[in-house]
Design a protein around this ligand. Sequence first.
Ligand code: NAP
Length: 264
Amino acid sequence: MTIKEFVAKEKQALSLDVSGMERKPHLVIIQANDSPASDAYVRGKMRDCDEIGARSTLCLLPPTTEEDFLLQKIAEYNADDDVDGLIVQLPLPKHISEAKVKLAVDPKKDVDGFHPLTTFIPCTPKGIVDYLADIGFEFQGKNAVVLGRSEIVGKPMAKLLLAKNCNVTVLHSKTTEEDKVFYIAHADLIVVAIGRLGFLDQRFQYKESAVIVDVGINRNEEGKLRGDAVADLPVAVQTPVPGGVGLLTRLALMKNLIIAAKNR
Ligand code: NAP
């Protein structure tokens, strides 16, 4: 089953779930940038809400928005009983503290899973683990390599795989090339999230049975979206870009939104 088919199947189940709910879950997205990429992500999330029968509201603010004003908006949506999930689209303008914004969102509505006290699993790692479980990947005792240690992908991914009883190794920009070669050659699962076009290529050796999950989103010379791995590496499963982890991330957001609505 492709990721697109998996996501379509899961969304059908979510629609059914939502159709049985008296109050339809409501997601609010605050966007304080004018980035075309963010516009596309936000449109995608609102379309997902439509598809599963949830409600969504976009609060679009100009990039000149003052930090205090944004924090005030967040406080208003936190206090609004009709809002189940609240997310602030990244990136934020430079003059606004991302850390303050993440802390301002009510953990009960933090469906992105960014607040330190959140009960929600961040969407990209959650989407990946759900998909791996669906394709029958057995986590326990497997060697998992996570490339990248960001707060939104690498670190929560490593934590989640550890909770699934994988042997987790996190590699980053200070890892030597020699060590990368060693760990990648022994990996059963490689999650690459570094934002480097085609970083994983034929110079590494892979287990034939390995699974590569490509989180990266990069543009090639022709302006096309491509991942952190070159296509068709000699492994058992490799997720595509586009049409891969991005879809899984959006699906996980919808699952978190429904959980938030049910938790009230
Ligand atoms: P980030 O915050 O820029 O972090 C990049 C990480 O990669 C850092 O930990 C960095 O190490 C590491 N790194 C950079 N160059 C490396 C190298 N040559 N070898 C090993 N590690 C290296 O990025 P992010 O937010 O995690 O995103 C990573 C990629 O995933 C981006 O392309 C982003 O667009 C994409 N993404 C996709 C989705 C999705 O839904 N599909 C979601 C989120 C992100 P240091 O810590 O040492 O600097």
